[in-house]
Design a protein around this ligand. Structure first.
Ligand code: 4NP
Length: 158
């Protein structure tokens, strides 16, 4: 499908080096398995510290463990300047969610990554940056557990 006709979905975390890049490749791979080619997925951080940097090595190796590839990732920031380039936002945690609303995102277009496993009491994808390796596997499992639900939700929107 022509790029300009695709539904643009942005995964959002704080630094765009740990959680949201992994979310992007996990959901991309499920979309590919389902032959859903009418989405354009990217990821971004609300913070500016890591702009232009590669994914955190722990996320990159987690991706490799699961047959995914983060080697091309370069961190970018979501701001009130570029927020209108997106149809949907998928926030990793409540802080990301609130930051997106503060930047002017339409609340009806901001999703939470884990709302598909528990819509009434939505847990965060906790920030694994300051923790150990287990936090990255946990994050990966949370992303996998919600990827199908996210795509089913998006498919029902058009
Ligand atoms: P992420 O993790 O939001 O999942 O990419 C973080 C990465 C870096 C920082 C915080 C969270 N940091 O403070 O530099």
């Amino acid at each position: 499908m022509n790029e300009s006709n695709k539904t643009r979905v942005l995964f959002v975390c704080l630094g765009n080096i740990c959680r949201s890049p992994l979310a992007e490749v996990v959901v991309k791979s499920v979309a590919k398995q389902r032959a859903l080619d009418h989405y354009h997925f990217e990821s971004a951080g609300t913070g500016d510290w890591h702009i232009g940097k590669s994914a955190d090595h722990r996320s990159a190796s987690k991706a490799i463990d699961h047959g995914l590839d983060l080697s091309q990732h370069r961190a970018q920031q979501i701001t009130d300047q570029n927020i209108h380039n997106w149809n949907w936002f998928v926030a990793m945690d409540q802080a990301n969610y609130q930051d997106l609303l503060s930047m002017g995102a339409d609340a009806s277009k901001v999703l939470l990554m884990r709302q598909f496993e528990n819509p009434t009491n939505i847990p965060d994808v906790p920030d694994p940056y300051y923790g150990g390796a287990a936090g990255f596997e946990d994050a990966y499992q949370m992303l996998v557990a919600n990827a199908e639900g996210l795509l089913e939700f998006l498919e029902l929107q058009h």
